[in-house]
Write a protein that binds this ligand. Structure first.
Ligand SMILES: Cc1cc2nc3c(=O)[nH]c(=O)nc-3n(C[C@H](O)[C@H](O)[C@H](O)COP(=O)(O)OP(=O)(O)OC[C@H]3O[C@@H](n4cnc5c(N)ncnc54)[C@H](O)[C@@H]3O)c2cc1C
Length: 488
């Protein structure tokens, strides 16, 4: 029997996952990627012996990656080597004032207890609830296609309904008073793209992902996971076409997909899955068959954009860890400047990674690869002058906080910001990691995987279910594929 064809737009994590599932289901799969390399936001930048992950760097929820590869009778270790980081990460609160988050839970309890008496016991209870929420979410909820509200209803979620209407911020602050501990506990939900005061308490499962499951690093960087998935997809027969910009999704009078315009040429297809940003994909359609208006998108809470720097240093850097968070400024003030009153942050918190501390492959011997990230409001003005101003701000802070001179040791730096997110990925307002997981943007309330207006058009990725981040992108590829197979 002749195999059915499917064309997949984009080659980010969700598209790669979907390509594997669709090939396994017996489809002829072609992936069309506009850029010249695969991986989407998780591409790689190499310069002068240094290697940087352009986007994601925190490998959390290893069980989700295991589950993905197990669906193909494989293991992550068939494609890359994982190291558990210890410390998982370090957080700076002031000059020479930092804490390291151990990979061992007992040590984290001790850190809490030594910082605030009684908080170790509170943390144990908090993590019990977080673990149980993680199990509910990961074994069931996040693998649902977001078609109906009933997907969220089971005996466990009914018992925890109050957690959907309370927030992480309230839950954390109920029993913990230390500012430092609050910042540590509120940090993981930033991966969901919204403020802790706007994120349902149920999402405390991210704290279990953090302390309970730990922070891992694929040797060679996150790009090794992309390479692993591409290799798996190729072994299943997927065809990859880079430099293939999809300019239009063509439909007939019955609003059924009939083709794609790629680099000015028409290509026949009657089944399309787009792993490109959802908003952009809809702009490839005629206006009458778009499901969501510009007003709809404008009202949504988007995850931040980011100003990023990839920096080569000519020496090893002291007093920092593989992942280092600089939370020495006011978290709430910065969040307001992202979500409530968008502007360039007055006093930004920032994140840095120095993967070459634990991974020799990312920098030449004796040198350090530095990646810096400042979260910014999506859609904000982006100029070279602003980028440079903010680079100076964070390098000054890094020097001061860690008490060392670094500027004269910079070999090169490359920046990436709002305009690049728009140009490189067709990202809505230059968002870095999609649409946030707030209460009103969870599960069936997110943009739908199946187009309600165009037959045989589907979506995956961080603007649909389940949400932002690499593990959710893998899950998104799986549930989109399952829905296609069910409907075809
Ligand atoms: C700076 C940064 C740091 C992050 N850190 C982490 C982290 O530490 N841990 C974590 O879990 N997550 C992190 N994330 C989030 C994570 O990287 C994303 O959620 C995930 O990679 C998104 O995958 P995706 O499949 O939705 O799409 P994307 O990776 O965005 O892929 C979409 C693809 O579609 C292509 N495309 C767009 N338009 C077209 C077109 N017209 N024709 C053809 N192709 C097109 C794009 O070029 C792109 O390759 C981070 C993201 C960023 C940006």
């Amino acid at each position: 029997m002749k195999k059915k064809n499917i064309h997949i737009i984009g080659s980010g994590f969700s598209a790669l996952a979907a390509s594997c599932y669709m090939a396994k289901a017996g489809y002829n799969v072609t992936v069309l990627e506009k850029n010249d390399t695969l991986g989407g936001r998780a591409r790689q930048y190499k310069n002068d012996g240094f290697t940087f992950d352009i986007g994601p760097s925190w490998y959390w929820m290893p069980d989700v990656f295991e589950r993905f590869f197990a669906d193909f009778d494989k293991k992550p270790s068939d494609y890359y080597i994982l190291d558990k980081l210890n410390p998982g990460y370090e957080v700076y609160f002031g000059e020479n004032d930092s804490v390291k988050i151990s990979s061992e839970l007992e040590e984290i309890y001790n850190l809490f207890e030594n910082t605030e008496k009684g908080s170790g016991e509170h943390l144990k209870k908090f993590l019990d609830s977080a673990k149980s929420n993680y199990e509910t979410a990961i074994t069931d909820l996040v693998y649902q296609p977001g078609v109906s509200p009933l997907e969220l209803v089971n005996t466990t979620t009914i018992a925890r309904v109050s957690q959907f209407f309370s927030t992480i911020r309230k839950q954390v602050r109920k029993n913990i008073k230390s500012n430092k501990l609050i910042k540590i506990l509120e940090f993981p939900v930033l991966f969901l793209g919204a403020k802790p005061s706007n994120t349902p308490a149920f999402y405390n499962f991210m704290n279990y992902a953090d302390f309970g499951l730990g922070t891992w690093h694929p040797r060679g960087g996150m790009y090794k996971v992309i390479e692993g998935m591409v290799s798996l997809a190729e072994s299943l027969g997927v065809t990859f076409k880079t430099k293939s910009n999809v300019e239009k999704i063509i439909t007939d009078t019955t609003n059924t997909v009939t083709g794609l315009m790629v680099n000015g040429e028409e290509l026949d297809t009657n089944l399309v899955l787009s792993g490109a940003d959802y908003h952009h994909t809809e702009t490839l359609l005629d206006k009458n068959v778009r499901q969501y208006s510009e007003k709809y998108w404008d009202k949504k809470t988007f995850a931040p954009s980011s100003l990023l720097f990839y920096v080569g240093f000519d020496k090893k850097i002291d007093k920092v860890s593989h992942h280092t968070l600089f939370f020495d400024t006011d978290f709430d003030a910065h969040a307001k400047e992202i979500y409530d009153n968008p502007k360039w942050p007055t006093d930004p918190l920032f994140y840095a990674n120095f993967t070459s501390i634990t991974d020799k492959t990312s920098a030449p011997e004796g040198k350090e690869a530095g990646f810096f990230l400042i979260p910014l409001a999506p859609g904000i003005e982006d100029t070279d002058i602003l980028r440079e101003q903010y680079f100076q701000k964070i390098i000054d802070r890094l020097e001061k906080l860690t008490n060392q001179e670094l500027k004269s040791h910079i070999l090169f730096k490359k920046s990436f910001c709002v305009k690049d997110f728009e140009q490189e990925y067709n990202s809505y307002k230059g968002n870095a990691y999609g649409m946030a997981n707030t209460l009103l943007q969870t599960a069936f309330l997110r943009p739908k995987i199946k187009s309600g207006k165009v037959k045989n058009l589907y979506f995956s990725g961080q603007l649909t279910v389940p949400g932002p981040g690499v593990p959710p992108a893998l899950i998104s590829g799986k549930i989109a594929s399952e829905l296609i197979c069910k409907n075809q």
